[in-house]
Design a binder for this molecule. Structure first.
Ligand code: SF4
Length: 341
């Protein structure tokens, strides 16, 4: 273990249960070696809410995840990030002001809208969602949340990932003509009044750079070279590629899919590279796991052993993630609505 790694472990022993280090699946292996728990964003936020003995929670992930941990954790707990500049470009594609503009536009044309917000969004977006009676969702439960809204006779305003929205609607059999795109960069969202009236789902024009890197041509190339390989992609992948793959799955579902793959098989995965590399190492000798295309989340990669050690040694106030109570209370409503479904 590196010198920084040894010092991190010494601090962890000293703090014991009072310190909880959470690591997202997309983190570097050297960082995850020091985590008390690994998980996707929601699993980790839930853990933050359950581990009441932990006075300090260190979130190795990106900013919106640490915000959710702060919203769901107790008032006596403090959430920190080793690198607070680790944001999520997709989450930042929807600001509260832009979302409110979209909400007003849709409601100006017809009634019956319900916001559904992907957890990969800022606390202020989740708060607006909670204020307007909506729910958050993850890539695992997006379909269940869509059904909740549609079965109540509502129309869905989904933010901020166009592709998860389109893939979910397509999997539910919602015709393309009932799905429209809201582009906040265009006048009136780039969507006509007729399209809004016809829509059951309106998706926000946002995307994840890591997952939009996966294409139809890459899938065709794998099929030509390795016809026996199974291809699974994350549903943040654009629909035409996602539909050509053998399966789609959230981060947790991809992990389970690989674990369940038959011995001797090959699984080609379209998601963040650090996770695929870890799965490949774990499955070595049993299943061959490959990247559909190497694709790293540069923000997840900002956390490393050095800034983790600096945080644990110095606890700078600037590394603390604190969501203002008024925002946290409304955002918690949207998160809790999801947890109830
Ligand atoms: S992988 Fe994509 S959605 Fe996840 S943190 Fe990175 S940019 Fe955001």
């Amino acid at each position: 273990m590196s010198d920084a790694g040894e010092r991190i472990e010494a601090i962890r022993r000293e703090w014991g249960d009072r310190l909880l280090i959470l690591g997202h699946h997309y983190q570097r292996a050297a960082v995850l070696a020091h985590a008390d728990a690994l998980g996707d964003s929601l699993e980790l936020a839930r853990l933050a809410a359950q581990q009441k003995k932990a006075e300090r929670i260190v979130f190795c992930g990106v900013h919106f995840m640490a915000e959710s941990a702060d919203i769901l954790s107790g008032p006596e707990q403090t959430v920190y990030m080793p690198e607070t500049a680790a944001g999520c470009p997709m989450a930042d594609m929807a600001t509260a002001e832009l979302m409110q503009g979209g909400w007003d536009r849709l409601n100006g044309v017809c009634d019956g809208w319900r916001p559904v917000v992907y957890v990969n969004s800022t606390a202020r977006i989740k708060a607006l969602c909670g204020r307007h009676g909506g729910s958050t969702c993850t890539s695992s439960n997006a379909r269940r949340v869509f059904e909740w809204a549609l079965n109540a006779g509502q129309r869905i305003f989904f933010l901020p990932d166009e592709h998860l929205g389109r893939n979910t609607a397509a999997a539910m059999g919602i015709p393309d003509r009932e799905v429209a795109l809201y582009n906040p960069a265009c006048a009136d969202g780039g969507v006509s009044d007729d399209e809004i009236r016809r829509a059951r789902v309106i998706v926000w024009k946002g995307f994840c750079l890591v997952h939009t890197a996966f294409t139809i041509n890459q899938i065709k190339a794998v099929r030509a070279a390795q016809p026996d390989a199974t291809i699974i992609v994350h549903p943040e992948t654009p629909r035409e590629a996602a539909e050509l793959a053998d399966a789609q799955g959230s981060t947790s579902e991809i992990i389970e899919f690989v674990k369940a793959a038959p011995a001797g098989s090959t699984v080609v995965v379209g998601t963040e590279q650090h996770l695929v590399e870890r799965l490949a190492a774990e499955q070595a000798g049993r299943v061959t796991v490959k990247c559909l295309k190497p694709s790293i989340c540069a923000n997840m990669a900002k956390t490393n052993e050095q800034n983790l050690l600096r945080l644990l040694e110095e606890w700078p106030a600037a590394s603390q993630i604190h969501v203002a109570p008024a925002v946290a209370n409304e955002a918690r409503r949207a998160l809790e609505q999801m947890l109830e479904l």
